[in-house]
Every structure is written in C-alpha cells, then in structure tokens.
Ligand binder design. Structure first.
Ligand SMILES: C[S@@+](CC[C@H](N)C(=O)[O-])C[C@H]1O[C@@H](n2cnc3c(N)ncnc32)[C@H](O)[C@@H]1O
Length: 297
C-alpha cells in the first residue's frame, strides 16, 4: 500500500466525522478505536459511479466517502441526502442532475455528455446516485456513454433501498422459513393496463420488492390477487427508509390500497410483498422504534 501522508489521513478522518451528529458524538468517546482503512486515489480522467446509500449518511461506504472528498467534480441525483453532500469540499465542482417523476430535469444523454466533458478537462469525476448505482438507476446508459467516449469508469456499490427498508423494519428479506427467492422489480409496468407477468410474480415462496411503485399500489395489489395470491397476503410500504422521516404501513393485499388512501406516504417509497412481512410484528424494531432502528444499532 502506498504511504499516505498524515495530514491527508487526518483530513479524511475529520471530514468523515463531520458526516452526522451521531458520528461526531461517537468520535468524541471512541476516536482511539476507529481505524479507517481509507486507501487509494481518485484518478483524473476517470468517472466513479458511486452509490450514496439509502439516505442515512452512516450507511455510506468508506470508499464512497473518500471519493467524494477527493473528486474534482461531483454529478449527483435527487435522492442523495444533504449529509452526504456535505462531504464534498467547497473547492469541488457540483452538478445537480436530479429527476423527479415524469420530469427529467437533465436529459440522460446530457448527463453522459457532461461527464465526458468534465473528464476531458482533466478532472476526476464522481457520479453519485441514491442507493446502489446499479439498481434501477440508468447506470447502463451512462456506462455506454462513457465507453463510447473511451472514458474509464469504476463502480462503487451502495446500500440499496431494499436493504435499508428491510433493516429498518427489522426483517430479513430471505428468511428461509418464508422465502427462497427475492425479486427486485420496477413498478413502471404495474398499471391497470400494464403488462407485468402477474402469474410469474404471484408465488408464495418469494419476496417481491417493487421500486418506484407508490402510485401503483392499487394495481400491484389487484394484479397479484387476480393471479392467485390470497387477500390476506402480507405487504408493507416503507417511505424514506433509514431517514428520520421514515414512515411505514403494514397490511394485506386486500386492505393496503385503503390504508394508503387513509395514510398517504411520501416518496421515495418501497413496496415489499411476501409472507416474510409477517415478521415485522414480532421484530425488535417495534412499531414505535421502526423509524429509528438503523440509528439505534
Ligand atoms: C430510481 S429508483 C433508484 C433506486 C436506488 N438506486 C437504490 O438502489 O435504492 C428510485 C426508487 O427507489 C426507492 N427508494 C430509494 N430510496 C428510498 C428510501 N430511502 N426509502 C424508500 N424507497 C427508496 C423508491 O422506490 C424510489 O421510487
């Protein structure tokens, strides 16, 4: 491993400790125990496609934190939290290219062109995306744009919303008594007249995780019931998983549309369907503390 200068390591450490008040507190009492294995550089002329995690800054990887502190330019999305953005030094360039539903603030081809331009100026670039950059995040198109321009790229995974939501609700998505399979699904096709293969999805040995489905809960419940899952089959919705404003609803395919109408949830929201959701009731992350579960461990 190349030798790192002490001031540089101290700079990274200090910046990492600024991530959140909780981290700051723990640094006061445990700083002597904390040995961060930060190594490596952020190369000029390269793009790093980095996962920012699900919202709780402490769920950011050390590699992501290091790259954010080192990059010349950061191109970031809507779902990246302020605590994470606070890691970017003031001297670095920032470009917001976030999208909201039905509205692309920056077209996808322009995001690719922006990264290529920044690299052409001799900069190191972090492309920061919420969750894991490879989960429903158009990373393929961005890699294609970089490949076409012969720009080297590296991928740094992040905590995807499914992992964060399951942890915050205190359940394992693949508990072996409940699910032998786990499926990640974009809800984009789940409309009343959409074409998901409901029969293939309506299995009792599987956990289904729908991304981008808050406005399609009715269609999902209806489609799965029509395809044979029982009315009482468990479903949970987790909004803002791992953030202080996290909210959740637990119910059945039959009653969830009504529950959601009575208690609307905010976006971003994840939908989990499967018998493993039954475990929420018995989880140590009880109804009162689910919203804080990640913060407590
Ligand atoms: C465009 S996808 C990006 C997914 C992201 N790459 C990931 O790995 O989590 C956006 C969807 O992810 C889900 N999502 C992202 N962050 C979330 C969070 N903190 N809580 C709940 N759902 C979240 C929602 O379903 C949202 O509509």
């Amino acid at each position: 491993m190349p030798a790192l200068s002490k001031p540089l390591i101290q700079k990274w450490f200090n910046a990492f400790m600024r991530l959140s008040p909780r981290a700051l507190l723990s640094s006061a009492s445990h700083s002597a125990d904390l040995r961060l294995p930060l190594r490596g550089e952020c190369r000029a002329g390269q793009v790093y496609l980095v996962g920012a995690g699900s919202g709780d800054a402490e769920l950011l990887t050390l590699k992501a934190a290091r790259l954010l502190m080192q990059a010349d330019a950061v191109v970031y999305d809507r779902l990246v939290g302020d605590d994470v953005l606070a890691l970017i030094p003031k001297s670095s360039e920032r470009y917001y290219v976030g999208k909201s539903r039905g509205h692309h603030s920056v077209p996808q081809n322009e995001i690719g062109a922006l990264m290529v331009k920044l690299v052409g100026e001799g900069k190191s670039v972090v492309r920061l995306k919420g969750g894991d950059p490879a989960f429903f995040a158009r990373m393929g198109e961005e890699l294609d744009a970089l490949t076409a321009a012969q720009v080297p790229a590296a991928i740094v995974p992040g905590i995807t919303a499914a992992s964060a939501a399951a942890a915050c609700m205190g359940i394992p998505l693949t508990d072996r008594g409940h699910a032998q399979q786990l499926r990640f699904i974009t809800a984009q096709l789940c409309r009343e007249d959409g074409t998901p293969d409901w029969a293939a999805l309506a299995r009792k040995d599987e956990t289904l995780v729908f991304y981008m489905g808050l406005s399609k809960v009715d269609a999902i419940c209806h489609g799965l019931r029509q395809a044979g899952l029982p009315d009482a089959w468990p479903i949970m919705l987790v909004a803002n998983a791992s953030k202080p404003e996290q909210q959740s609803l637990v119910g059945s395919l039959a009653d969830m549309p009504e529950k959601l109408a009575a208690h609307p949830l905010a976006s971003p929201c994840l939908i989990v369907v499967g018998s493993v959701v039954q475990r929420v009731a018995a989880s140590p992350a009880s109804a009162e503390n689910q919203a804080r579960y990640v913060g407590q461990v």
